[in-house]
Design a protein around this ligand. Structure first.
Ligand code: GLU
Length: 442
């Protein structure tokens, strides 16, 4: 097989969206799987809508997802420049050649590619298979129905279908992996390759991504830019994992994996053409699994910013304490943000006070219970639980939950939490005493 070289070719006219991230990721996977090269090419020929800022957000979005490229506008490479606006002369030279060879003609300032009749415009796609009928209804032998193609516009800028061919050829791209919305462009590109006498690369179009309602994913379905997911507390590892599963599966029902595992298992031939549904429940599940697997200190580094954002005093304990608290939280919370919210009582008593005001409590009965608990010689979960059981066992008709629930509320302000005696142990006797006293239960 020839050297694998693939590219992601965004137009910097917006942030990195789910669709773009998905395309970039599949290119990256294929490059890494084959030990090939992943190239970032900036298609900025729309001078009005393209900005440097968008170019930068796209790049930082890719870096956030962990999709490092080997050649690109920022790092250079042997086949540059990698920004189309810096390649105008190249496009012009090849257009002139086409004119000279009688394959294109001038119309004022513009250069138009002549589509010869009777040409086969079908092609074989790695994902979609043999494509004989294009989405615009054209059939394989319908090149005569294809209009001539503008390649250089009257303002001197190349058009997409032309520039993409010149660049993919000169950059020695082996596989063109992109969204299915480009299937109908492919025959036009193939005709240009042919006219220039160039070998056509392989094509692999990726399935459409749909919302839960089976309509094409759009703003209506919620966040569309990759960064919105970062800000909601999704981890790059989970986003990567989730996007990789849109239209591809690792086999053996393997759902949770890291980048390297995915690259090892990835096969372009196993990408399905069936539209993939963006399922938030699945994203949440994947994120939760990745959160669980994180090293405690790394997990803490993801959660802390959300505590800080909520105005909680994160300097009052050391990181070991917080990391232990998050370990105790286990799989609670599907995003870093949610986990931060669920565990806020480990940081401060303030959110607890805001959440819980006792009502209809049998204070006298509870006071006896708390007195017994706080009389414990050791502040250890098992010991506290043993005392609680003895206490409940010695009272006629008493139930554990009648005592454990008020304890949970006083310490956490929550109806659910990890084992409350474990929470108490980690909070420490002094802090628990402060909370329980505040509620007048001790
Ligand atoms: N700039 C094009 C886009 O963003 C690239 C398409 C392609 O990969 O050929 O859709």
């Amino acid at each position: 097989m020839k050297d694998v070289r693939v590219r992601f070719a965004p137009s910097p006219t917006g942030a990195l969206h789910i669709g773009g991230g998905h395309t970039a990721l599949f290119n990256w996977l294929w490059a890494r799987h084959c030990g090939g090269k992943f190239i970032l090419r900036i298609e900025d020929t729309d001078l009005v809508r393209s900005t440097k800022e968008y170019e930068e957000t796209i790049m930082s979005g890719m870096k956030w997802l962990g999709l490092e490229w080997d050649e690109g506008s920022d790092i250079g490479g042997n086949y540059g420049p990698y920004r189309q606006s810096e390649r105008l002369e190249i496009y012009r030279d090849y257009a002139e050649k086409l004119v000279k060879d009688g394959k294109a003609y001038r119309d004022g300032e513009a250069i138009i590619f002549k589509v010869e009749p009777g040409q086969d415009i079908s092609f074989k796609d790695i994902v979609y298979g043999q494509i004989d009928v294009m989405s615009d209804g054209l059939k394989e032998k319908d090149s005569d129905k294809l209009k001539d193609i503008v390649i250089i516009k009257s303002d001197g800028m190349p058009t997409y279908n032309y520039a993409v061919v010149i660049d993919d050829y000169l950059m020695k791209i082996s596989h063109v992996i992109r969204g299915e919305d480009h299937i109908s462009n492919t025959p036009k590109q193939i005709l240009i390759y042919r006219a220039l006498g160039w070998e056509v690369p392989e094509f692999a179009h990726l399935p459409m991504i749909l919302g839960r309602d089976k309509k094409k994913l759009s703003k209506r379905h919620g966040a569309t830019s990759i960064y919105e997911y970062r800000d909601m507390g999704y981890m790059p590892d989970s986003m990567f994992n989730f996007l990789a599963l849109l239209g591809w599966s690792a086999g053996d029902d393997k759902e949770i994996f890291d980048r390297l595992e995915a690259a090892k298992l990835f096969e372009l031939s196993r990408v399905t053409k069936k539209a993939a549904v963006f399922d938030f429940d699945k994203l949440n599940h994947i994120n939760q699994e990745h959160l669980k697997r994180l090293d405690p200190m790394v997990r803490l580094s993801m959660i802390k910013p959300f505590w800080i954002e909520a105005g909680l005093p994160v300097d009052e304990h050391d990181d070991k304490y917080y990391a232990d608290a998050l370990t105790l939280m286990g799989g609670r919370g599907q995003t870093a943000k949610e986990m931060a919210e669920f565990a806020d009582y480990f940081v401060s008593f303030e959110p607890v006070k805001k959440r819980w005001t006792p009502e209809n409590l049998d204070t006298e009965k509870l006071k006896e219970f708390f007195a017994a608990i706080f009389a414990s010689p050791e502040w250890k979960a098992e010991k506290l639980e043993e005392i609680a059981r003895d206490f409940v066992g010695s009272r006629e008709g008493a139930k554990m939950k009648d005592y454990a629930m008020p304890l949970r509320f006083a310490l956490t302000g929550m109806k659910v939490s990890p084992g409350i005696f474990e929470v108490a142990e980690l909070l420490g006797k002094e802090e628990c005493e402060r909370r329980v006293k505040f509620y007048g239960l001790l």
